[in-house]
Design a protein around this ligand. Structure first.
Ligand SMILES: NC(=O)c1ccc[n+]([C@@H]2O[C@H](COP(=O)([O-])OP(=O)(O)OC[C@H]3O[C@@H](n4cnc5c(N)ncnc54)[C@H](OP(=O)(O)O)[C@@H]3O)[C@@H](O)[C@H]2O)c1
Length: 257
């Protein structure tokens, strides 16, 4: 058991990548705390994770209730050995058609929230803890209509390096996982449900390994970054994208024949 005796917080642990990570961490012996907004999926996920899991309704953008919310969780479960700050949102924000509120919402959810979570968690993190931030290939690849999302996810990279430099004295590690095209409900944030199969097919053609990723594949990398197996990995970014960012020209869309 790679996480026996460890306690891990997973934000957005009631869906997609967050749920898969919570499940994998739990299978490896961790006590897992999941947060999210949707009461129904929170309780379904808690039931699926089993006896040792906890679920709390916490909006990642409620900065006023953050410290008291986390303190009350810690009263129930104790301090954390690892934290996966995964909750995130997306929407199309094309230049020429985006409101200040839409832009601010993505920055608040995807960038500001992880910073203030780390700050609020500081007294509740054990020395040697691992913090994993969830970015995206959107931090490296220009995609039409995704400027605010890309800015939020690219911001996480610089932020992670700074926080890692600040927390290294406590041997707290801060790393980033950057998923590519992963099959989760997330796609509904940028495309109508009826268009999802076509979007998946189109996206698959841009992946050198020729398939969409699964949440379970990202979860394995999160488990690695949370566990002591990555104890000398600090301030780095790990792409889980089938080669999209590093080997784009190998994708089916560019191959001959
Ligand atoms: N799927 C992909 O292709 C992909 C690629 C790159 C990066 N990512 C990143 O992966 C992360 C997880 O996405 P996913 O693919 O697993 O999608 P998902 O299944 O839609 O999960 C999104 C999660 O974020 C939570 N969340 C969103 N806004 C929140 C808020 N204000 N407060 C609390 N929780 C909030 C949701 O909880 P509620 O439902 O309760 O609101 C949900 O659990 C995101 O950060 C996303 O940017 C995904």
């Amino acid at each position: 058991m790679r996480m026996a005796g460890k306690t891990v917080l997973v934000t957005g642990g009631n869906s997609g990548i967050g749920f898969a990570a919570a499940k994998r961490l739990s299978e490896e012996g961790a006590t897992v705390v999941i947060t999210g907004r949707n009461e129904a999926t929170l309780s379904e996920s808690k039931a699926a994770l089993g006896e040792s899991a906890f679920a709390f309704r916490l909006d990642a953008t409620d900065f006023v209730g953050l410290e008291s919310g986390l303190a009350s969780i810690v009263r129930d479960v104790g301090n954390f050995d690892a934290v996966f700050l995964n909750a995130g949102d997306a929407s199309l924000t094309p230049v020429g058609g985006t409101t200040v509120e839409q832009f601010d919402h993505l920055i608040a959810t995807n960038l500001k929230s992880p910073f203030f979570y780390v700050q609020a968690l500081l007294p509740h993190l054990r020395n040697n803890a691992s913090i994993v931030l969830n970015s995206s290939i959107g931090n490296a690849i220009g995609m039409p209509g995704m400027a605010a999302y890309a800015a939020s996810k690219a911001g996480l990279i610089g932020m992670a390096r700074c926080i890692a430099s600040e927390l290294s004295g406590r041997a707290i590690r801060v790393n980033v996982v950057s998923p590519g095209n992963i099959r989760t409900p997330f796609w509904r944030t940028v495309a109508d449900a009826a268009l999802i199969p076509a979007v998946h097919e189109f996206a698959t053609r841009s992946v050198p390994l020729g398939r969409l990723g699964e949440a379970e594949g990202v979860a394995e990398v999160v488990l690695f970054l949370c566990s002591s197996e990555s104890s000398y990995v600090q301030a780095t970014e790990l792409y889980v994208d089938g080669g999209v960012t590093g080997a784009m020209m190998g994708a089916p869309a560019y191959r001959q024949g």
